[in-house]
Design a protein around this ligand. Structure first.
Ligand SMILES: *Cc1c(COP(=O)(O)O)cnc(C)c1O
Length: 403
């Protein structure tokens, strides 16, 4: 699992990036299954199970679900070109590298973007979106884009607050959310929240290999898509709204990823979606307790200052200037078999990130934290009692769902 020239290291590699995540063995087995012949009814049944399972995870009974043989970036483009014609406008709630990258995709496609200011490490500002909407008396803004968990900064936004701002402004804009990093980890209920489009991807808390994305689309958003004349073929929702698998995917369905999704959804429902969400909250709490403890020596600390904006999927840890988090990552990966993430964009060299989403339990999180502590020791980084705090928190909690 480490570099190919290194000798084999026995045991498990602790993959703690915020996607891709470790695959449950059942999912890995499904990915290795022989594909179907395209006329086999079992293939249609597989697709139908994936669609209905995704609806449950998205919390929607009224939306259409579309799946793409594409990563999350593909789904971003699908949302833009189905909803917004070049020259039309979207508002993007600034929350970090992911909201900014999505905004740039829209601009590349000729869409006008009105951004709200982003102070990285802080949640996006719903009131600033409200101001943009109230100023838009001509109703040029077709949609408000919000990233639920902006993975680069490990910050989670309050989606309800954005819904409330759109309602308070009496603006017809659609609410379009990227839940790629939070789906099946953070509470999310599309219908209750009044979300029009929700976007997810396979390699985060859905515990599958990268390469599949999916989106749920409300009736209101479908009507906007119907009226939108932007040329589009592969991404087109209207073309994909069909009973035929070959049409739904604009060609051969990515069968093995669907088999993986089918198994992953069954695992989530076997555990119980609410239990999986509670488990993410508990394990995130353990990581947060550890970072709190580490920060007592001053070399490392939380990047996200407000506790309520910290993600349950990933935690960004800021290092004191002079410390190289990339070196720490290399030591963690090569000497302790713990794979953690670095910063993206402007945060490269300032933070490292621990992913804690997907198929994880308490001892796995403790193993990761111990590996990071060992790597910090070797790298000469001073830290307070983090692992100890995490052990205490996990042993004090009811851990029946995590064992
Ligand atoms: C990972 C991620 C993406 C991008 O997904 P890819 O599959 O890498 O294209 C988009 N948004 C968020 C919030 C993510 O965490």
């Amino acid at each position: 699992m480490t570099s190919s020239s290194a000798p084999r290291i026995p045991g498990t590699f602790f993959l703690h990036s915020p996607g891709p995540v470790r695959l449950p063995q059942q999912v890995a087995n499904a990915l290795g299954t022989q594909p179907f012949e395209l006329g086999d009814p079992a293939l249609d049944e597989l697709i139908a199970r994936c669609e209905s399972g995704l609806k449950k995870v998205f919390g929607t009974s009224r939306s259409d679900v579309f799946l793409y043989a594409a990563n999350g970036h593909g789904a971003w483009e699908a949302a833009i070109c189905n909803l917004v014609a070049p020259g039309k406008c979207v508002a993007v709630a600034g929350s970090g590298a992911f909201s900014e990258a999505w905004a740039q995709y829209a601009e590349e496609l000729g869409v006008q973007v009105r951004r709200t200011a982003c102070e990285t490490g802080h949640a996006a500002d719903p009131a600033a979106v409200g101001q943009l909407l109230r100023a838009d008396t001509a109703h040029e803004i077709v949609a408000v884009f919000v990233v639920h968990t902006d993975t680069g900064a490990s910050v989670t936004n309050n989606l309800q607050a954005f819904r409330d701002e759109i309602d308070a402004a009496s603006h017809p804009a659609l609410l379009v959310v990227d839940v790629v990093a939070s789906l099946a980890a953070e509470p999310f209920d599309m219908d209750t929240l009044g979300v029009d489009v929700a976007i997810g991807a396979s390699q985060k808390a859905l515990m599958i290999s990268p390469g599949l994305s999916f989106m749920a689309v409300s009736e209101k958003a479908m009507r906007v898509a119907e009226a939108n004349k932007t040329p589009r073929v592969y991404w087109d929702w209207l073309r994909r709204r069909s009973d035929l698998g070959y049409r739904k995917f604009c060609g051969t369905p990515p069968q093995n990823l669907l088999m993986g999704l089918d198994v992953a959804l069954a695992l989530i429902f076997e555990e119980g979606l609410q239990n999986a969400i509670a488990r993410h909250r508990l394990l995130a709490g353990a990581v947060h307790a550890a970072v709190e403890g580490w920060s007592e020596r001053g070399d490392v600390g939380f990047f996200v200052r407000e506790p309520r904006s910290r993600s349950v999927s990933v935690t960004a840890i800021e290092v004191r200037p002079g410390i190289d988090p990339e070196k720490l990552r290399t030591v963690a990966r090569e000497q302790f078999q713990v794979g953690i993430a670095g910063g993206v964009g402007a945060l490269v060299g300032r933070i490292f990130r621990i992913g804690h989403l997907g198929d994880l339990n308490a001892p796995m999180i403790l193993g990761c934290l111990a590996g990071v502590e060992a790597a910090m020791s070797i790298s000469g980084i001073a830290y307070g009692p983090g692992l100890e705090r995490a052990v205490r928190l996990l042993s004090a909690s009811t851990t029946e769902n995590t064992q």
